[in-house]
Design a protein. Sequence first.
Lengths: 332, 359
Amino acid sequence: MLELRGLCKYFHTPGGMFSSDRKPIRAVDGVSFKVHRGEIVGLVGESGSGKTTLARVVLGLTEMTAGDVIIDGIDLGKATRQDMKKLHSEVAVVFQDPASNLNPRQTVESSIMRPMILHKVPKEEARKRAGEVMDMVKMDRQYLESYPHQLSGGQLQRISIARALALQPKLMILDEPTSALDVSVQAQILNLLLDLQDSLHLTYLVITHDLNVIRYISDRIAVMYLGKLVEFGPAEEIAVNPAHPYTKSLMDSAPILDPELRGREKKLLTGDPGSLVKIGKGCRFCDRCDFCEDHCRKEEPKETDFGDGRIVFCHHPLIDVSAPAGTKDVAV
Amino acid sequence: MQELKSKPESKPAASEYATEPEGEASAAGTKNDELLKLENLSINYKVHDGYLSAVNHVNMTIRKGEIFAVVGESGCGKSTVAHSILRLLPDKDTKITGKILFKGQDLSTFNEKQIEKVRGRQIGMIFQNPLDSLNPVYRVGTQVEEAILLDNPDKAAAKKKTVSLFRDVRLPDAELRAESYPHELSGGMRQRVMIAMMLSRTPELLIADEPTTALDVTIEAQILDILKRLKNTYGTSIMLITHNFGLVAEIADRIGVMYAGEMVETGDVFEIFRNPRHPYTKLLMQALPRRSKKEGRLKTIDGMVPRITDDKPCCRFANRCPSASERCFKESPAAVDFGNGHICRCFEAEGAESVKVNG
């Protein structure tokens, strides 16, 4: 459904008037992975790891610097106008803060109809469809007449999802869909997203930093660190038995949901993620890694394939290539 | 505005909770352990034709050297309670009744000058977004020194202390960082500066209002680690306000669950996670995503937290509660002690064999 091949997105620092050394900020640097049809892939990483930039490139909101993005057979780099138009209806997005994504001066109905109107759907049909998508997200049709300020955060997020569904997308990109919501509402939205995915056979790319959410919702997880993909594979494998030291510390810092686990052994990361401007040659995780050795600093780690659908970029992966998946539980 | 807060009505619903001190004290040992005690605290906001109840008869006790977590969804009155303790709510439009006892003294009767002495020195507070709490045009070191100079006007000593405090909160390159401006620091570092600033006056109680919500999980884990060490080395009590059960499970000693302005359940953290009694607590725990979707959909709570302006049933959770009976809409449940300081307000929980205290 979605394939990324060596995707790069560099931004440039503004150079001074007399200096010509405009340094590239490598926000996304050579990321490759595939998302299959009907699959939920979770994308995790700390802030500044390039998750959102990657999503923006896939959405066509930002131009990529290098690499290929192939969505449903269409190469984003070589797409014609018609192709782009098709993509715009096939790829939908739901953002974090629903309140800032709906026009406060328009009714819910016109917000939902807007993308359809832009895609030349006749008005009557669009209105009918607006009612249908409201049913899909389990909202009463009476809210079509409401304005965003009259609705709660959870309701607004449902509306955003309804709007995303209006053009019958195949791929949905969900950027922190539940971060702004309370626990009980978060559960409602997660259930709704899973139900929709089941009934409409959608493909999701979910971006979040909530590790419990990502573990719950994803089939596969991609972990990013400073613009690089560090580990990619089946969700449970990654959560229970991470191979990259960074993934391990990330999973260890995931909030536990049972005080009995308090004394568990964990490895906390020290310091902050480094800067994207000053990046050395080697592995980007070097400064915070316990297993860092000389050649880690000099050489960028290559892809290691573990056979179980998992790929890791590390010179010293924590699990043996041949070892069976462990049963030790890290984050419950 | 004086009379609004000076005379707390002591009696009306006090009977509900009247015997709580004994129960609490027996669990804790002596009564002297109590650092902060809220008794029947109600907070009402004035609107043009009356009052809206934001917080209703909240009782809680924070003992010396413990981390007490106040949990609940947004709009449940967690922050309002915290702000009322240091009197940070607008005086003119709020009516506070009940007692806020800090080391036996009722803070709600203090005048501005007296409360000024409590703020920072005895009770410190950190907020969700540290950038809002720091002055962008002063170096962070200077801002921490300013707090130290309030108690001790020796500048050189203050500078030294700042650096050592920065080391205490594990700020890398402490000397260098003291010379930085807030915008030069990352979110985690700023929160550390705030914690250092609080520590500088060694308060006995630290109120942390969503201290890690704006931070990454890895940084959150570091900050929690600092708070835990704080409690252990300085013996500071911490009132942790959060909506994140993960933090609670990680560091709290006791928790209080708030719903729509009421404290519905309080107790020991292990006890509450193992055996939640209030339906709201139960549902909230089940709504947390654990493990994977293959194990089924999450439990949800129908509806949403009532707004402050909404009419609420007698038990404020009744309209969303799966086990609500008619009685819940007509009477409000009293707080019942289930032993070991596990207190819950619910008819359903009460129905089980229980020792009702002074109902």
